[in-house]
Design a protein. Structure first.
Length: 492
């Protein structure tokens, strides 16, 4: 059979350094030779470019579909091919049509038309954990933003009145814009007097020539002026995820002036209404199958009822369904969501293969980071020698020492990211197996918040049709139910 090899890297850095692509190609070529496959296409691409990855992916699918004979697709491991279930739908359709065999080298897994339920389940499990792992790495990037915020560094474009410049060392700094900063300060002073509305202040910005946009081509909108007057950045604090952090950049106005403006604003706006949401199992999970509006809960005579909000006015009257009625199909699924000891053993075996593939990738990355860390340690040792020998003075010494220490702290942060992602990998795997062993018991014994977490992990596309709850199961739970030969009609 003819074969296609697919090799992918996760970052531009890997592509430039040639860390993964050559190794993947070599391993795949050796595998094809051992199996007697004829290689006629090789696809290599960089996932850091989302557009490039989508174009390349479509190219691979197009090549498989136009082939008149079955194609073998060879990849190093599951997460080199996919990290979401969107691709699974496409590949599964090609598999059922007997147009493709997918060979995952590290996992020792072959997916084809007559693959067993266990093999399909291992595939689903691999995709689930790959997706979970990359999401955790994404979360770690967010944590790096939080690290910068807590150290007084802003992570986005600064507000109008400030500009970003590079110093002589190439480091980006945020400074006051000599053209717009005085105008912004004047806006605060005018508004604090209480003699101007925000609409009038907006007109003032036009008179003062204040403009925004990519090329500073348009005047400010009223909403933009409102956000300027509400932005604590101007008196020395950054707002990030609802919290305030002090920043290290120049201050434009005093805290007193800012507070004065907020007092004036309070007189123009009534206090916002705060809704304290009570915990309900299905709050926010279900949409109306007929109109797409939200299904919301309420308590009547001691019982929880759910009904469509009917925001689009497509129903003549609201139908109320008790929570117990909605739980019936959920309990039915949970009862059938059980694995035998043999099935658990097969899944654990698959997890070990996935674990080994993940560890190899992590090992390469961490080893490179450790080498970088050791190289910087040697540089720190050298500058101590240079200081002792009089080659450099104290000012240069302390400047370089701080620079190297910052680089080491950044490397330590990156290494901890892989550790955190590794921990979440096992939490996800453990939760899947736990649910598969005793799903209903876990659900019944859980508090409402925990029940919601289980439902979020288990269900997707929940909707209310009449008085019946319809939903799909997230992989690999859908495969587990099919594997147990329990033909449950979830969509009825």
């Amino acid at each position: 059979m003819k074969a296609i090899i697919l090799a992918r890297v996760s970052t531009e850095e890997q592509m430039k350094e040639g860390q993964s692509i050559p190794a993947q190609l070599e391993k795949a070529r050796d595998y094809a030779k051992r199996k007697g496959f004829e290689i006629y296409k090789e696809f290599c691409f960089d996932e850091s470019s989302i557009k490039d990855r989508r174009d390349k992916f479509e190219e691979v699918i197009k090549e498989i579909k136009k082939s008149k004979e079955k194609v073998v697709l060879i990849v190093e491991c599951i997460d080199r091919l996919q990290r979401s279930f969107k691709e699974s739908i496409i590949f599964d359709e090609l598999r059922r049509e007997d147009k493709i065999e997918i060979h995952f080298i590290r996992e020792g897994l072959v997916i084809k038309k007559d693959s067993s339920g266990i093999d399909i389940q291992r595939w689903d499990m691999g995709v689930l954990l790959a997706k979970s792992y990359i999401l955790q790495l994404s979360d770690n990037v967010k944590r790096s933003f939080e690290y910068k915020i807590k150290n007084g560094e802003w992570i986005a474009k600064p507000p109008i009145g400030y500009v970003t410049v590079e110093d002589k060392n190439g480091t980006k700094q945020v400074i006051l814009d000599p053209e717009t900063a005085p105008i912004i300060k004047r806006l605060f002073e005018l508004y604090s007097s209480g003699n101007y509305s925000i609409a009038q202040i907006t007109e003032k910005t036009k008179e003062m020539g204040l403009k925004t946009g990519r090329n500073l081509h348009r005047p400010l909108h009223t909403s933009e002026v409102y956000h300027i007057l509400k932005n604590p950045f101007y008196y020395g604090y950054m707002r990030y995820k609802g919290n305030l952090y002090p920043h290290k950049y120049p201050v434009l106005i005093s805290k007193f002036l800012f507070d004065k403006c907020q007092e004036v604003m309070e007189r123009y706006h009534r206090k916002p209404f705060k809704y304290n949401a009570k915990p309900f199992i299905f709050r926010g999970f279900i949409r109306c199958a007929d109109c797409g509006c939200a299904i919301t809960p309420e308590i009547q005579r001691g019982h929880v009822y759910y009904s469509c909000t009917n925001t689009k006015k497509m129903h003549k009257r609201r139908k109320y369904v008790r929570e117990e009625k909605l739980l019936e199909p959920v309990y039915k699924v949970l009862e059938n969501l059980k694995l035998t000891d043999k099935q658990v053993e097969e899944i654990v075996k698959g997890l070990k293969n996935i674990h080994e593939a993940k560890n190899e990738f992590q090992k390469q990355q961490v080893e490179k980071l450790r080498k970088d860390y050791d190289r910087i340690s040697q540089r720190i040792s050298n500058i101590y020698d240079f200081l002792a020998d009089g080659v450099i003075d104290k000012d240069i010494f302390y400047k370089k020492l701080e620079e190297y220490k910052n680089q080491q702290r950044e490397i330590e942060r990156k290494m901890s990211q892989y550790t955190d992602a590794d921990e979440k990998f096992y939490i996800t795997a453990g939760m899947v197996l736990d649910l598969a062993r005793r799903a209903k018991e876990l659900f019944v014994c859980s508090e409402i918040d925990e029940k919601r977490q289980i439902l979020n992990f288990l269900l997707q596309n929940a909707e209310l049709k009449g008085r019946n709850l319809r939903f799909s199961l997230n992989p690999p739970f859908d495969t587990i139910v099919k594997l147990n030969n329990h033909p449950i009609s979830l969509r009825r």
